[in-house]
Design a protein around this ligand. Structure first.
Ligand SMILES: *[C@@H]1O[C@H](CO)[C@@H](O)[C@H](O)[C@H]1NC(C)=O
Ligand SMILES: *[C@@H]1O[C@H](CO)[C@@H](O)[C@H](O)[C@H]1NC(C)=O
Length: 360
């Protein structure tokens, strides 16, 4: 009886874990499953035929990389003309496995390896170990991070900020982090100095605090080592205007206003129509280059983003990759129900990003 209960508990626990997340393998075309008739019939029944072609997640425990149904594999080849599309293809090829979790409404803690493109951008004073993590960002290439232009505004000149001998706080970037106040979390942080950054030439904040072209590219002092914890997101091949549900992630998304979270959080957001957005925000937005997202019915007291951090969707063809649709620009007022945040539309800037990241 006791044994049966243990077995049942184990089963429930396994079911629970599987419904919470799954491990994808073989560039996101398969899922790690036990080699049984119920878990992976596709391989179970023909294993004697293909014994040496079976890909294992864990051979000792007989966990195989079970191919996803073809309609979930999203591997239809397309023309990749643009450098960033080729690079995205390459990111997928080098991505052995990934951690995926279902869409969750409301803000919640992210799991380790869930969003390996998340970057923390901070300021570090010389001779001090403490870093103020003020903004988020997105890794789009082993050496480049996209963020909001306003995250890089300083009183010193750019040259002074980049000069290691000039005594001003320096920008630093951390990748692969989950909880920056914990050393026992599921994370493998990599820290970088910033060797250059390019703020969009038409970035502007006008007298009404209206922000335009709030986007910047940061160059790290070396290539990041790509791992399960650190891996780029892809630039979008189209506007992304048709995505009505998006996910934002960051360390500044807490429910109680003013407090940051040291643990990476994620939240599902709805895209607002431009009229509704302006009505709720009581300011005009530049509808060509900006869009709004938040919680239309104001369910859940979440904030809507983390300055400079990404708002993204699942890549339509690669299960292990995300598409960067927007960058959190402003309006992330915590605890104001139904109030959206404003995002910079990344698609309109892909030429500009490409000229810096993949240019000469
Ligand atoms: C950095 O990564 C890029 C893109 O993968 C690659 O082309 C380049 O050779 C790498 N640079 C170094 C120094 O490894
Ligand atoms: C991180 O830890 C430091 C030192 O214990 C604390 O002062 C700070 O508030 C913590 N940060 C967050 C966001 O929890």
């Amino acid at each position: 009886m006791l044994l049966a209960m243990h077995a049942l508990n184990f089963l429930l626990l396994t079911l629970f874990l599987c419904s919470v997340c799954c491990e994808l393998c073989d560039r996101g075309t398969g899922e790690c499953k036990e080699l049984t008739a119920s878990d992976c019939p596709v391989i179970f029944y023909i294993q004697h035929l293909i014994a040496n072609e079976i890909k294992y997640c864990n051979e000792i425990d007989d966990i195989v990389c079970c191919p996803l149904p073809l309609n979930n594999q999203k591997q239809a080849p397309v023309e990749e003309n643009r450098p960033y599309e080729k690079e995205c293809n390459h990111f997928n090829d080098i991505r052995a496995s990934c951690h995926q979790s279902p869409f969750i409404v409301g803000g919640t803690k992210a799991a380790g390896r869930e969003f390996p493109f998340m970057a923390l951008i901070g300021l570090k004073e010389r001779d001090k170990s403490e870093i103020n993590w003020d903004c988020g960002g997105t890794l789009v290439h082993p050496r480049f991070v996209i963020t909001a232009a306003h995250c890089l505004e300083t009183t010193e000149t750019k040259e002074q900020r980049l000069d290691p001998n000039f005594n001003s706080p320096k920008f630093v970037v951390r990748l692969g982090e989950l909880d920056y106040n914990s050393t026992t979390d599921d994370a493998q942080p990599q820290d970088f100095n910033v060797v250059n950054y390019v703020v969009h030439p038409a970035y502007d904040v006008d007298d009404d605090r209206k922000v335009e072209n709030d986007i910047a590219v940061i160059e790290l002092d070396r290539n990041a080592t790509l791992t399960e914890y650190v891996a780029p997101a892809c630039l979008p091949p189209s506007s992304g205007n048709d995505h009505l549900q998006l996910t934002a992630a960051g360390w500044g998304l807490t429910t109680d206003s003013g407090h940051k979270s040291s643990h990476l959080l994620k939240v599902s957001l709805e895209r607002f129509g431009d009229d509704l957005c302006e009505e709720r925000l009581e300011v005009e937005i530049e509808t060509r280059t900006q869009f709004c997202a938040g919680s239309i019915n104001g369910i859940g007291d979440t904030c809507n983003g983390d300055s400079g951090g990404p708002i993204f969707v699942q890549h339509p063809r690669y299960n292990c990759l995300k598409l960067l649709i927007g960058i959190t620009s402003y309006g992330s007022i915590c605890g104001t129900r139904g109030r959206p945040s404003v995002y910079t539309k990344v698609y309109l800037y892909t030429d500009w990003i490409e000229s810096i990241v993949w240019g000469e």
